[in-house]
Structures are given as C-alpha cells and as structure tokens.
Write a protein that binds this ligand. Sequence first.
Ligand code: PBG
Length: 326
Amino acid sequence: MTFPVARPRRLRASPTLREMVRETQLRPADFIYPLFIVHGRDVRDEIPSMPGVYHLSLDRLAAEVREVASLGIPGVLLFGLPAAKDPIGSENFAPDGIIQRAVATIKESQPDTIVMTDVCMCEYTDHGHCGIVRDGQIVNDETLEILQRVVLSHAAVGADFVAPSGMMDGMVGAIRQALDGAGHQGVGIMSYAVKYASSFYGPFREAAQSPPRFGDRHSYQMDPANAREALREVALDLEEGADMVMVKPALAYLDIVRRVRDACSVPVAAYNVSGEYSMVKAAAANDWIDERKVVLESLTGIKRAGADLIMTYHAKDAARWLCGGR
Ligand code: PBG
C-alpha cells in the first residue's frame, strides 16, 4: 500500500490522536537527579557553568531530596566534594566523609528515595585521576582495593546502589565481592560500563573540582570512536555482577544506547552529562532555543534510543513540565 492510499499524516491530525499513537512516553520516573554535596553550613551555591545546579551542604539536602521525590523522581546520584584531597583520596572511604553523611541524611529524611553513589577517585585525589597513580601511570589493581573500601563505607550508611564510574578493569567484580563479603548482598551495582573519554564533562569537572592535574583520562575512559568495545565492556560488567549498566554521555552516543539496549536484558541508563546541559542552558539564556521544548525533545530521544533511566540535571524542570507545570 502506497500513496495515495497510504497517508501517514492521518495519524498526526490532532493532539489527541498524536498522543494516542505516541510510541515513547517520557515520565518523571525515568529520571535520576545528580546532586553535588559540599562541606559547610547553609550552602546553596549555583555552579557558574551549570545554571540551576547547586553545591549543597548537608543541612540543605533533606529539603532538596523531598522536592525531588515530590516531583515523582525516584532517585538521586550523589557526588561529594571533600574537605581535603590527597594521593589516595582518603575522605572517599571515611566513615564520616561528605558522601557517607549525605547518604545517612537522605535515608533518614526520605527513605524511599533510591540513593545511588558515584564511586570514583577523581574528586578526592590531589592528582585528579580516577585511580592510584604510580610513576605517572594509573594503576588498575591497587585502585580496586580503594574502591572496595569506598563501597563498603557507602553500603554501611544505607546506599541502595553504588555506581562505579572510574573505568578500571575488574571494578564491578571487586565491588560485588567486597559487598557480598560484608553481608551487603542487597546493595546493587549500577556500572558506568560504557564511559567515553568525552569533552562534554567539562562543566562537571569545574563543579566537582576534579580535572586531572596532568595528562588526560584516555588510558581508562573509552575512545569516542568505538562501538563494538562498548558491547565488550557491558558483557564483562554483567559477568562481574552489574545490576544495571550506563552509557555516558548520552546525546552524541545514542547509537551506543540502542546497541547496548538490544544486547542485554538489564536496565540501561544514559547519562545526559554536564556539557550537554550547559549548552542547552546557554542557548536558552540567549533566547536562541525554547528550553522546555529542546529539553523534552532531547530526553525523549534518549529514551527512544533505548534508555530505561536517564541521569539528567534537567530532571526537576522536566518532571514539572511533564506534569503540566511551568
Ligand atoms: C567521575 C565522573 C565524571 C562524571 C561523572 N562521574 C567526570 C569525569 O569522568 O571526568 C561526569 C558527569 C557530567 O559531566 O555530568 N569520574
């Protein structure tokens, strides 16, 4: 059947009809909201390159997470800025570190919110790399021992999921083993399985004060040109016990999201990263684009590509817009 009998426009004739045949429905439950937690009191400082995103102190956290939950967003992803940095990132696994206290605070005030913790070293180390550095090299296996200490400290205060993002080989297996060995079988692993060495992380590194002091992350994060390698990373992480896998960034990697979605059966997350957010905010601030429409179109595209979950700084705005608010 072809034109003139076939007329696809028939199904686009009215808003009701378009809604009826819409294939992808974005909803607040698709989102995870990232938060940056800092030391101090009464801090709510906007991050200059990420308008609408804040550094929050612990005393401001409960109200923020209540708001997130009230919008129907099921989970948060926590990043911490330590009081001091050192070569191994000691605060990363300190029982009273910033993230450990943040998890406890959230679980006390809003226990139903799913708390995911980013597990990486770069915010905590003085060199800014995601692993232990020896003779200018990022050494893999010693880093795993640190990551094990980090996840145990997160599990001890009630984290629901740990989210290793450092792209060290064997990180998922090492973390699963540590958690199970300490009786934390119920704590899940959301692996940043497919994380590219991307320039879209620029604003985040300002926000998290985590740029590498020397070199770059190309010896551990993936080459943006590679797709088959993404499937290899996912397969390895699933074998090691990942409960969910992530592709990051999202928008320049929608083909990867689709291929990962088709290749496995666990939930797939996509991280709509800081640079993707900042570009939209900058263009919107200039009135060059309609922020609301561009954000909802982008997030719908990420979901259509196959993401079951979307980590996004737009989460609160998008949830409001989806519920008809301004
Ligand atoms: C930490 C980490 C990064 C992001 C999430 N976890 C930065 C990096 O790898 O340099 C980026 C998130 C974003 O850009 O929004 N390893």
